[in-house]
Design a protein around this ligand. Sequence first.
Ligand code: URA
Length: 253
Amino acid sequence: MMRLDKFISERTEYTRTQIRQLCAKGSVSVNGAVVKKSDTKINEDSDTVNVCGRELSASRFSYILLNKPKGYVSSTNDNDGESVLKLVPDDMRTKGMFPAGRLDKDSTGALLITDDGELAHRICSPNSHISKVYIAELSRPFEQEYVEKFAKGIVLANGEACSPCKVKKSEKSDKLAFIELHEGMYHQVKRMFAAVGNHVENLKRISLGGFLLPENLASGKCMCLLPKDIKQMFTPIDFDVLLTIKDDFFSAN
Ligand code: URA
């Protein structure tokens, strides 16, 4: 059992005072019945709590996938530009949400936003072996020798060594390439292609582990992820298989 105000506070942006006021106004219901006292005890596993018409998730944490557009920064404040958090609709927001992992301001695609620090750490940690697949639009044609160079491990201009990874030309264009990373160095994809004498014009992340960016999630839009989606992130997917699914659907923008 748990106090209603604690349950709501953990799943929304409301403060305890606001929750008390919302309850007093009759804007909160538990299993369909209005509850006016915010210290009422509820069963957090089985009760259905509704605040201002929005049903709250039983899960303690929120997991949101944003199809990030260009022009937003993957940080919680606006110091370097507009934060991706601005794109999260009010009814999906919770306290303490942050982007799990970075996409550059001019990169697009799959970005997880969550308030679950432990999961974010597991997704971002190289030790968890969650791969991320990107599609890069190059300024010069893809060269077949990249495959071997990337497989051996690219050394960046500053001497940093990248782990071996897979790269492949798209069937659609010789200036589109797919790349799978298991780590996340600063500007890594751009710097890897720079190291082989090419240049990334556009970059889009199309998968987080085995979870693919859904084709119907428009740029700038968010969706709530379910436990099965999170599980899918931890389910490895073969790079070559993924590309047979995705090559038809994605452009870099
Ligand atoms: N690599 C980059 O260069 N930029 C990103 O946004 C992600 C990976």
